[in-house]
Design a protein around this ligand. Structure first.
Ligand SMILES: [Zn+2]
Length: 280
């Protein structure tokens, strides 16, 4: 595309019609469909939608740049397909390319020089998506037992990000040359994710607490001679594997002493239920 065609795109977003001499045009890699370090990825349809959402959005430069409050604006996007490259998920690799422009002002001169100098940079994008689904079973994230980053047969479990609803920021992050360039994401749902982690941690603590109590209870059932409060303190120092081991042992002993103890059995079933919830 020649600069006149580019200008036609640019001028859809510029406040006043700009000329060839007034703009500096460059391209950025906004995001792709490869599974990232967090075991997440956008599906191809999401990249197409993000391409629309990023149009007209301003991006900022981080403090590593000579930029002082300068912004660049995306005026054109395109999903680039690289047929020869296959993603971890097994489909064709594609990425969202964005073209951006900066005004050729004195204030931007250093910045333009840095971009032209080929300083390695990452683009950080902020967006929100309507759907986050498990790659193994297609369930909404958090609703199945698959764990991100684990293999199920020959399939890697990751979260697929679908149906973007908003793209609210993108920024340039200058990175040291040795670090692999890539895309850093910041999601609107991060708060929700943090909340989920907190919830899981709380569930985990509750589960351990219950497990400790249950081990003490079983120990007392198995052996009348034990001091419950001393035992309780000792259990506080134990983690899940030891507790489960003790639980199994005391269960056997207690069952031997009280062969017909339906309450005990019911409790065991409930406990197993708890474990399942926690492992999700
Ligand atoms: Zn799943």
């Amino acid at each position: 595309m020649d600069i006149r065609e580019e200008l036609a795109y640019i001028n859809q977003f510029a406040r006043t019609a700009l000329t060839e001499e007034q703009v500096y045009v460059f391209s950025v890699r906004l995001c792709d469909n490869e599974v990232d370090r967090d075991f997440e990825r956008f599906d191809t349809a999401a990249l197409e939608r993000l391409g629309e959402l990023f149009l007209g959005k301003s991006g900022i430069f981080d403090h590593q740049w000579s930029a002082r409050g300068q912004t660049a604006r995306i005026y054109r996007t395109e999903v680039v397909r690289e047929a020869a490259r296959v993603t971890t998920a097994g489909d064709g690799y594609c990425w969202l390319k964005g073209w951006a422009y900066l005004l050729r002002t004195e204030k931007n001169a250093d910045l333009i020089a840095e971009i032209e100098g080929g300083i390695k940079k990452e683009v950080s994008v902020g967006c929100s998506v309507a759907k986050r689904v498990c790659s193994v079973c297609g369930a909404e994230e958090g609703c199945c037992q698959h764990v991100r980053g684990q293999m199920y047969g020959d399939r890697l479990c990751f979260t697929e990000l679908r149906e973007p609803v908003d793209a609210y920021e993108w920024s340039f992050v200058a990175v040291p040359a040795q670090r692999e360039a890539g895309v850093v994401k910041r999601f609107g749902q991060e708060g929700g994710e943090a909340a989920l982690l907190r919830k899981q941690a709380a569930l985990g603590r509750k589960y351990l607490q219950e497990l400790r109590k249950e081990v003490v209870r079983l120990a007392m059932l198995a052996d009348d001679g034990l001091d419950g409060s001393v035992l309780g303190k000792a259990m506080d120092r134990l983690e899940e594997p030891e507790l489960l081991e003790l639980k199994r042992g005391y269960e056997v002993q207690a069952a031997r002493r009280f062969p017909a103890a339906p309450q005990l059995r019911r409790k065991c079933v409930e406990e197993r239920g708890d474990e399942t919830v926690f492992l999700v």
